[in-house]
Design a protein around this ligand. Structure first.
Ligand code: FE
Length: 386
């Protein structure tokens, strides 16, 4: 090859390299790095500068060292009205960055769904932030179909612009971030695996929440006993401001629709808050015979004792009297062209079922209750009335 030809080849190769680099910057802007899906034994990549100021991985960060979680970017929500982290203070929040085409996410899904089922009522909210890997995964109809067919019941928000992804410094699917009840990032895990450790973190943060809630409710109770007509509980934020959480008005619990949606499963929300009815013979308690107390699934108030439960043959759990009269309120219900008496939780106002006059002695009443509205407590501590 002549010297001239050699120079021509070198310049041609250099030109091609420059062109590839320019195209690369066009398709992958500087603030976007192509993510990867990580399996359990994958080597976690080194943290970028953006993430060095963030949270260490697989370490439960002390509350006073944890940073406040960035807000969630706007996006289309499935399974829920739009949720804001500020409205979820008081709950532990698990955010999973995932995409439906990622097999590592599919492998993680059974654990995430199981945590949702077991801990939702105890104060856990799971939010799936769907960050697409391919063009088809950006199509909202595809996301909704996949959420349905995968049996995902927790809230999912589409993060097509990767805004939330970048705000949390995420680099790979799946990434799980857990926030404590004050909205601080306490745990981050990348890839599959670490399920036991992650569940332990959920339990620890829920326990922290339970301690704080007990303190708040104890304070509210003292104020009520002191004769205050209206009590508003509030939780202190790090900035020193006080933010309203749950209102307890003369012993009643009042929450916004968004808060109830976050606290309950879709089925519970439909029955308890939208006065729905479960199908006969389909619930957990119509044929349930253990000794214990049935509590409100929304607020935990004791409603019925197993000793007053009887076989009504209706396919819904039936009782002839509540634990105490005040714990179950009644109202006239004129829906569906019928005049019936509705049974509601005396503390949170959630719909339980109906009361009929064809029950056994001594009351002659039949409290016909949806199983979904109840949760069974086989070992009621202290007074079964509360
Ligand atoms: Fe209740």
């Amino acid at each position: 090859m002549s010297r001239r030809n050699l120079i021509t080849v070198v310049f041609t190769l250099a030109g091609v390299a420059l062109l590839v680099a320019a195209l690369g910057r066009f398709f992958f802007p500087t603030n976007y790095q192509p993510p990867t899906a990580l399996a359990a034994d994958s080597t976690v990549e080194q943290e970028s500068d953006e993430n060095k100021s963030g949270s260490p991985r697989d370490v439960l960060i002390a509350a006073d060292k944890a940073r406040r979680a960035p807000a969630l970017a706007k996006g289309e929500w499935t399974n829920s009205e739009p949720l804001a982290l500020a409205d979820l203070r008081g709950r532990v929040v698990l955010i999973e960055f995932w995409t439906y085409g990622c097999y590592n996410c599919t492998n993680t899904l059974p654990s995430v769904k199981s945590w949702d089922e077991r801990y939702r009522e105890r104060g856990l909210t799971i939010i799936g932030v769907h960050t697409p890997e391919s063009e088809r995964e950006k199509i909202l109809g595809n996301v909704r179909r996949q959420v349905r067919s995968l049996g995902i019941r927790y809230a999912v928000v589409a993060d097509n612009d990767f805004e939330t992804w970048r705000a949390y410094g995420v680099k790979a699917w799946p990434t799980i971030v857990i926030l404590d009840k004050q909205g601080r990032v306490r745990w981050t895990h990348v890839g599959e695996g670490h399920y036991t450790e992650t569940e332990n973190v959920i339990q620890q943060l829920l326990a922290e929440e339970a301690k704080e809630r007990a303190a708040v409710e104890s304070k509210a109770g003292r104020e009520l006993n002191g004769g205050a007509g209206v009590v508003t509980t509030s939780a202190a934020t790090e900035s020193g401001q006080r933010r309203e959480r749950t209102n307890i008005i003369e012993g009643k619990i009042m929450k916004s629709e968004a808060e109830w949606r976050a606290a309950l499963t879709p089925e519970q929300f439909h029955v308890l808050r939208e006065k729905g009815t479960e199908r006969a013979f389909s619930g957990a308690y119509w044929d349930h015979h253990e000794q214990g107390v049935y509590r409100c699934a929304a607020c935990d108030l004791a409603l019925f004792n197993s000793e007053t439960k009887y076989e009504s043959g209706t396919g819904w759990p039936s009782f002839w009297t509540p634990v105490v009269k005040e714990n179950v309120a009644t109202e006239t219900d004129s829906s569906y062209f019928m005049r019936r008496t509705e049974a509601l939780c005396g503390r949170c106002g959630s719909h339980l079922g109906h009361v009929f006059n064809d029950g056994p002695r001594p009351t002659g009443l039949r409290y016909c209750i949806n199983s979904v509205s109840l949760k069974f407590d086989s070992q009621p501590q202290n007074s079964p009335q509360s």
